[in-house]
Design a protein around this ligand. Structure first.
Ligand SMILES: Cc1cc2nc3c(=O)[nH]c(=O)nc-3n(C[C@H](O)[C@H](O)[C@H](O)COP(=O)(O)O)c2cc1C
Length: 157
């Protein structure tokens, strides 16, 4: 099965999960890059505001076409209980081109469920699998165990 892992990551946590998933499935990876800087305090404020307003971020052009893949796995940090604005922009742009989708997200505490609902609505497709990972589980390495059942569900497709 040909798999594309598409992710956005502001501080590297979601990137780590994306890389682990892509490695396990021998998939291709596409990182979504926001046009505006998000690393400092004002970048945090902009990110928060876009999430509250459910406004897509300005993102750079992507390279890979999801049409060529059996499955696109979409990964995002949770922002204000929903999908991050750069990933909102990507999904809105590409939703016609997904064959099947699966979702993962990282979060400090809560919001994954509503983020997944929003992503499902944006994609207009039901994910074949989802997994939510805590930020602290990525830092201490325990996220690897949590990705296993997600990978198993995808492996059984
Ligand atoms: C603007 C903003 C809003 C956030 N809102 C939430 C939230 O609602 N719930 C939560 O558990 N974490 C929230 N977080 C924390 C991130 O989801 C979490 O730290 C994530 O793992 C960071 O991933 P990244 O390093 O890939 O950007 C928020 C972070 C930012 C920047």
């Amino acid at each position: 099965m040909k798999t594309l892992v598409v992710f956005y990551s502001r501080t590297g946590i979601t990137r780590k999960v994306a890389e682990t998933i892509a490695r396990a499935l021998s998939g291709d990876v596409e990182e979504i890059v926001a046009k505006e800087n998000r690393s400092d305090f004002s970048g945090y404020g902009l990110s928060r505001e876009e999430a509250v307003l459910k406004k897509p971020a300005a993102i750079k052009a992507t390279k890979k076409d999801p049409v060529g893949y059996d499955l696109t796995i979409v990964g995002t940090p949770v922002w204000v209980q929903t999908v991050s604005s750069p990933m909102r922009a990507y999904i809105s742009r590409k939703r016609e081109r997904f064959t099947r989708v699966a979702f993962f997200c990282t979060q400090d505490r809560s919001g994954a469920e509503s983020a997944f609902e929003e992503m499902q609505e944006l994609c207009k497709a039901t994910p074949v699998a989802t997994v939510e990972i805590l930020h602290k589980d990525v830092e201490d390495g325990s996220y690897v165990e949590k990705t296993k059942s997600f990978l198993a569900r995808i492996g059984n497709l």
